[in-house]
Design a protein around this ligand. Structure first.
Ligand SMILES: NC(=O)c1ccc[n+]([C@@H]2O[C@H](COP(=O)([O-])OP(=O)(O)OC[C@H]3O[C@@H](n4cnc5c(N)ncnc54)[C@H](O)[C@@H]3O)[C@@H](O)[C@H]2O)c1
Length: 273
């Protein structure tokens, strides 16, 4: 039985929760993980997944037929915390086959000329450094145990295109694609495939915050803003968390055995390159 670790998967309605449930349904051992407690104004309670939510998601994974799941608090900004996450997965399930770097901060948005250094650091430390630290700890384990593996980085449409007020977010997600490509080249000889998935608009807790933020900037009400997004999308809708989970399940599987270094758009045809 394969084991998947998903960072930032302890928040209800999030992409991480959908990933955990999808991989549980696919027969994986699932390690749900999140920061767990609010930390300062950059990681306030309304933006993060707390331990109670994480416990509920673990339980839901266990209730999926044959589901084996654990929850581990991990702040991806800390090397020690990332190392502990891998260790706990190995203690529970014996090995690590798939890592999904899903933890992300997308709510620190400010005009570029006023962008605060603390906000820049908070975003880059989670979205990019966090993926580096978790990938490094996971790759060491995958190399030591043998048999290859799969690392998937949840990037964004902001990894391909620019967005206003989002200098740090956009830079971090472009950087994440760079990390994906570099790691794919370097880890290929160990049979470790590294890919990124690039979602666009999904109304998660984070997506809801972004909808409100951009609607206000454009002077639109929430529903009008959301309808505008749907009207511009070739498939006429916003994304669903399970759209991302299905793409990740494919990339983690043997069906994607010759795919590495890819940054796959899952955007309803909105993003091309
Ligand atoms: N929702 C969208 O429209 C959308 C679009 C493109 C990309 N994404 C990306 O998808 C990923 C998941 O986002 P989501 O929309 O499900 O939002 P979400 O807020 O539900 O999930 C993000 C998770 O990251 C966790 N997190 C934040 N800081 C952390 C830290 N230091 N250590 C560990 N975990 C931490 C949060 O607690 C939260 O559970 C993010 O990387 C986001 O950038 C989302």
């Amino acid at each position: 039985m394969k084991t998947v670790i998903i960072t930032g998967s302890g928040r209800k309605k999030g992409i991480g929760e959908a990933l955990a449930l999808r991989f549980a349904a696919e027969g994986y051992n699932v390690v749900v993980s999140d920061i767990g407690v609010a930390q300062g104004k950059e990681f306030a309670a309304e933006h993060i997944g707390n331990t109670a939510e994480m416990d509920e998601i673990v339980l839901a994974c266990q209730e999926v037929a044959g589901g084996r799941a654990i929850g581990v608090v991990c702040d991806v900004r800390s090397a020690e915390s990332c190392q502990n996450l891998i260790q706990k997965a190995v203690e529970a399930f014996g090995r690590v086959d798939v890592l999904i770097n899903n933890a992300g901060v997308g709510y620190l948005m400010e005009p570029f000329v006023d962008f605060k250094e603390e906000s820049w650091d908070a975003v880059l430390n989670v979205n990019l450094k966090g993926a580096f630290l978790c990938s490094q700890a996971a790759a060491r384990q995958m190399i030591a145990q043998g048999g290859g593996g799969s690392i998937i980085n949840i990037a964004s449409q902001a990894a391909k295109s620019g967005f206003p007020f989002a200098a740090a977010y956009t830079a971090s997600k472009h950087g994440l694609v760079g990390l994906t490509r570099s790691n794919a080249v370097e880890l290929g000889k160990f049979g470790i495939r590294v890919n990124a998935v690039c979602p666009n608009h999904i109304t998660t807790g984070l997506g809801d915050w972004q909808n409100k933020f951009f609607a206000e900037k454009l002077g639109l009400d929430y529903d009008t803003y959301l309808q505008g997004i749907k009207d511009r999308n070739p498939l006429g809708r916003t994304g669903a968390v399970d759209d991302i989970a299905k793409a990740c399940a494919f990339l983690a599987s043997d069906q994607a055995s010759y795919i590495t270094g890819e940054a796959m758009n899952v955007s309803g045809g909105e993003e091309y390159h």
